[in-house]
Design a protein around this ligand. Structure first.
Ligand code: PHE
Length: 383
């Protein structure tokens, strides 16, 4: 955590001219950066989420600052690590809002963590944009809470259709992380859609994120003889589930949602995750002009690393916030909130974003397959 803090402060100061040495004391606007808070899982169980999302966000802030910022002011990104741990998001977002006086907050990836911090932003009239939390409850917190991605009723339908129509599965078992709002929601929406299509749920089993032994539940899943197993979990748990499913002789496809996306899925799961499928928000190989430029800039900035959905949505979340501040003509919370709510046809790297009445975005999903240790793009599903 220390390491990240040091590194981030360096980047931020490099991007803001005239800030080193002394605090701005009513000087010119150039010395008075617009403070943006970010909370992310930079370490811990879902570090892949937080690091990617942060890198995308940072790239956006740097490119905005290189272009002069907005309202004649540059941005200062203040990033806090929530350690992938319940309890931390509230602590760090309280600090961002009360001590750092940020004008807006970006984060989180995981729905349960966004749900924990959103009430703090709402109460303080500080707009919060989650780049990639997909549980509907996140933006239901209140009118200051936004997201720039699709929600899980859509994602559940996408994977139900894929299972039924493409995999030709008629009987599916569902394995849910009951510690995660995301997992519980996505499991529910998947089941509803799959049953509506005429499919049957053969077994419903639970785990707790962070568990290491899934064999008892997987044995029950195997006995129910499904055509596929839907696992709406996060990559660290999913990798272990795939390994143990294979050991138990479960030879049908395992499928899931965006939570599968993380480079460690393959690092941990190796051969056991090969051939499996998941839905997410973005595929770097879908070559729109914006996306191609983003992939090139990101690779240049981050040692050749290819951006994933969290990075792309992190980037768009910062760009959409900057656009709203510019249109608002001020950093005043209620006015930025109103401008964010009016976001229409914003042309970003993840496609076109329009914020709807529920403060969500309606966007396509992509389906990827783990192939030779990489995430291979299969198809795009429009809303
Ligand atoms: N949608 C997930 C959630 O709400 C988070 C996530 C987004 C994970 C994008 C990976 C990629 O918890």
């Amino acid at each position: 955590m220390k390491h990240w803090h040091g590194w981030i402060s360096l980047i931020v100061l490099a991007g803001v001219a005239g800030l080193t040495g002394c605090k701005p004391s009513g000087g010119s606007d150039a010395d008075n950066p617009i403070k943006i808070g970010e909370y992310a899982s930079l370490s811990g169980k879902e570090a892949n989420f937080g690091i990617s999302s942060h890198e995308g966000t940072l790239l956006a802030i740097e490119s905005l600052n290189n272009a002069g910022g907005v309202l004649g002011r540059k941005f200062q990104l203040i990033t806090e690590d929530d350690l992938s741990k319940a309890g931390e998001p509230a602590t760090v977002v309280n600090k961002l809002v009360s001590k750092d006086n940020v004008v807006a907050v970006l984060g989180e990836v995981a729905s349960s963590r966004s749900l924990e911090a959103a009430p703090i932003c709402q109460q303080n009239q500080i707009p919060m944009i989650s780049p990639s939390s997909t549980n509907p409850k996140v933006t239901e917190t209140g009118d200051y809470i936004f997201r720039v991605c699709f929600i899980d009723p859509f994602q559940g339908t996408v994977m139900a259709n894929f299972s039924y129509n493409t995999l030709k599965a008629r009987k599916v078992a569902v394995f849910t992380d009951v510690k995660s709002d995301y997992s519980k929601g996505l499991a529910k929406y998947f089941k509803e859609s799959f049953v509506k299509l005429g499919g049957q749920i053969t077994a419903e089993l639970d785990f707790n994120g962070g568990d290491k032994d899934f064999k008892a539940q997987l044995t029950a899943i195997k006995a129910s003889n499904p055509d596929a197993v839907f696992v709406p979990g996060y990559y660290t748990d999913v990798a272990l589930i795939c390994i143990q499913a294979k050991q138990l002789g479960i030879n049908v496809p395992l499928t899931g949602g965006d939570g599968w996306e993380g480079e460690d899925l393959v690092k941990i799961g190796q051969d056991a995750v090969e051939g499996n499928y998941f839905s997410t928000h973005y595929a770097p190989d879908v070559a729109t002009t914006n996306s191609q430029k983003f992939v090139a800039d990101y690779q240049k900035r981050f040692n050749g690393k290819t951006p994933d959905a969290m990075a792309a949505l992190g980037y768009d979340s910062a760009m959409i916030l900057a656009d709203a501040i510019k249109r608002a003509g001020t950093t005043d919370g209620p006015k930025v909130r109103t401008a964010l709510a009016a976001t229409k046809n914003f042309d970003g790297v993840t496609g076109i974003t329009t914020i709807n009445e529920q403060r969500d975005a309606t966007k396509p999903a992509v389906i990827l397959q783990v192939t030779k240790g990489k995430f291979k793009y299969l198809e795009t599903v429009n809303p």
